[in-house]
Design a binder for this molecule. Structure first.
Ligand code: F1P
Length: 357
């Protein structure tokens, strides 16, 4: 009996669409166990927080680090695990390391964890979606989100769920109950809009063929722009780049043309400055997609396509929801190119480095 081949991308799209429900499951599990409250109060103060990951998990680290400083006022930064392995002097010591790894098996993460715990005697907090993983055994504290794990190679719900839980930890530590309430309201509000986002992105992909993709964001949305860029690369094998929004003026805008789709992930804090870039890029002839919580008249005039979140929750709490457009853009562009997002070219679910003798 030949096994029925699932439709192309079946796993990935179901995981993308399962995000609101997964967020609720993860938040409820955290509430029930109270482990975030314990961590928030037991982890050290007056220290820099260093968020560490690889690939999508590094971009998650970038958004988490920005959220951390905004919510706790504590210094933070994001570093790829490979930098700790190759340039350990770049790591501020002492620091509170937070290691982000969906699988819990990534070689660079494990090597960095051994160094942080074994050589520097730092107490690593790890967050993972795996079960009985090496990172769990190597770290002093860990948060495990089984419900957010995926069958797919590309990270989607694991990215957003781990981000939301790290933002919850920051909100508890920084005493922002309003932010925590906002994160708990996110799943229901977003679920009501997900169908519309899917329709908008699907029609955008059907309407246009693009040679190049650019993603722009600032603050906690820069890591979101990075991850959106990676989704388009991984699932559709397209050329995609990412910049801080205002950085795009300093040279990279040379590539703007109608065949370039430039996606602006607009914040409230930087709204006017970011919309000014949008208007300039539209005037240069680029094709523009805007992801914003509220689309002003200026945005509607300069955007070819808009995804309006309309979420009644604090700004940084919308970071996770802001990546969905990029996930769907990568998915539907991959299908349009005859690719299978469930089996992305050249990629494996976990990057393990053979131990070199
Ligand atoms: C994350 C990662 C992804 C990448 C691919 C391979 O590893 O590198 O960023 O897209 O899926 O795995 P981890 O989060 O499991 O450490």
């Amino acid at each position: 009996m030949t096994e029925l081949k699932s439709a192309s991308g079946a796993n990935t799209i179901s995981e993308i669409l399962s995000q609101p429900a997964t967020w609720t499951t993860c938040l409820q599990a955290m509430d029930k166990s109270a482990e975030l409250r314990l961590l928030a109060h037991n982890l050290p103060g007056n220290i820099e927080w260093v968020f560490i990951g690889c690939g999508s998990s590094f971009y998650l680290a970038q958004s988490a680090a920005a959220s951390w400083s905004i919510l706790t006022g504590e210094k933070s930064r994001a570093i790829p695990a490979s930098e700790i392995m190759l340039f350990p002097q770049l790591l501020p010591v002492p620091c509170q390391p937070v290691m982000i790894t969906r699988s819990g098996h990534t070689s660079e993460i494990l090597q960095a964890a051994r160094y942080l715990e074994g050589v520097l005697n730092l107490k690593v907090l790890a967050i993972t979606c795996g079960t009985d993983t090496p990172i769990e055994k190597l770290s002093s504290d860990h948060i495990i989100l089984h419900a957010a794990d995926e069958k797919s190679t590309v990270m989607t719900r694991s990215f957003t769920s781990m981000l939301i839980v790290l933002q919850s930890l920051a909100a508890i530590r920084g005493d922002h109950p309003d932010f925590l309430t906002g994160l708990h309201k996110l799943p229901e509000q977003f679920a009501a809009r997900l169908g519309q986002f899917q329709t908008t992105v699907k029609s955008l992909v059907q309407a246009g063929t693009f040679a190049d993709y650019v993603f722009l964001g600032q603050g906690p949305f820069f890591g979101i722009a990075q991850e959106s860029m990676l989704k388009v690369k991984e699932m559709s094998c397209s050329y995609a780049q990412c910049f801080h929004t205002l950085e795009f003026r300093h040279g990279p805008k040379a590539i703007v043309s109608p065949e370039t789709l430039i996606t602006f992930i607009i914040s409230e804090t930087g709204f006017d400055a970011e919309v000014a870039v949008l208007e300039e890029i539209k005037a240069l002839g680029g094709t523009t997609l805007v992801v914003a919580n509220t689309c002003s008249a200026a945005i509607r005039k300069a955007a070819d396509y808009t995804v309006e979140l309309s979420l009644d929750i604090p700004e940084a709490a919308r970071a996770a929801a802001s990546v969905i457009a990029g996930q769907l853009l990568g998915f539907y562009t991959g299908l349009k190119k005859g690719l299978n997002p469930d089996e992305p070219r050249n990629l494996s679910r976990v990057v393990t480095l053979e131990s070199r003798s």
